[in-house]
Design a protein around this ligand. Structure first.
Ligand code: ZN
Length: 285
């Protein structure tokens, strides 16, 4: 892929605007310790925190594995992403206008920017679609399951934007591609549809399932967990790995829990989606 060369001014501007505590805080629970922040290192296994973040220096350093650097390096190492990809993402987050060295590279830049942006948008639209369908007649079986079997309140269902993926092979496909006009390749990259193995065409990844949006630290839907409502296997099915979703780097519910974790200096880790959701419902955040 042709990676646009960013103008040094842009890199400088982003560097000045970025708050490393905020950036790392999306992935690591950080506790204030004197002038710095301390947390569990995401680059090696540890039980007591030796990962330190300095807001004054805008640097992180791990006393256990010697990982260290600035916010750019952190995101590059953690997500195995390129320098310009990381800078572009941060530029968007902190609303820094982007310039490239050569004007003709602007197009490629826009393309890269818009792909990630589009994936986020597609995931948000899909989550809205599933949530809406939950309250349609066809979603009754899923809604009954949530209200009766799981004893969830309408507020909780709303809070976690739970949904229903309807029966049929192409329901979401038709909604996203034919109605919303999203590019096929992007919807496929978002992990929502799959190419048929025989013949041509695509089918929905999730059918007749209860849908649970999985969000990143900033609360953006990046994947789905799902539970079957019929007899089909597997009982639980997740989104595949996508440019937005890295299974081993995502903890379900962290976006809703991180403030409470910081405040109480305590985290409760449970196994399933519904364990997390049930705890929130009774006020344990
Ligand atoms: Zn470390």
């Amino acid at each position: 892929m042709n990676i646009p060369r960013l103008h040094p001014d842009t890199i400088q501007d982003v560097k000045q605007r970025v708050d490393i505590v905020e950036v790392i805080g999306d992935y690591v629970v950080l506790k204030k310790r004197g002038k710095d922040y301390l947390g569990l290192c995401p680059f090696h296994d540890e039980k007591s925190p030796s990962f330190s973040v300095s807001p004054a220096k805008q640097m992180y350093y791990c006393f256990g594995c010697q990982a260290g650097g600035n916010a750019f390096k952190f995101l590059m190492e953690l997500g195995k992403r390129s320098f310009s990809d990381v800078v572009l993402d941060l530029a968007r987050r902190y609303q820094v206008p982007v310039q490239t060295l050569e004007p003709e590279q602007k197009k490629e830049l826009q393309r890269q920017l818009s792909l990630r942006e589009q994936l986020y948008e597609i995931m948000a639209v899909a989550a809205g679609f599933y949530h809406h369908t939950l309250f349609q007649p066809q979603g009754k079986i899923a809604l009954d399951y949530l209200l009766q079997k799981r004893q969830l309140s309408p507020e909780t269902i709303q809070q976690f934007q739970l949904g229903y993926a309807p029966e049929g092979w192409e329901t979401l496909y038709r909604y996203l591609i034919e109605q919303k006009r999203y590019p096929l390749a992007a919807v496929e990259q978002a992990g929502l549809i799959r190419a048929r193995q025989t013949g041509s065409g695509y089918y929905d990844q999730f059918r007749h399932r209860l849908m649970i949006p999985i969000r990143d630290g900033q609360g953006r839907a990046i994947a789905f967990g799902s539970r079957t409502l019929g007899q089909d296997e597997p009982k639980y099915l997740n989104s595949p790995e996508t440019p937005l979703f890295h299974k081993g780097k995502t903890l379900f519910g962290l976006d809703q829990a991180k403030t409470a974790i910081q405040k109480t200096d305590q985290a409760i880790l449970v196994e399933g989606y519904f364990d997390v959701i049930a705890l929130h419902q009774v006020g344990i955040q």
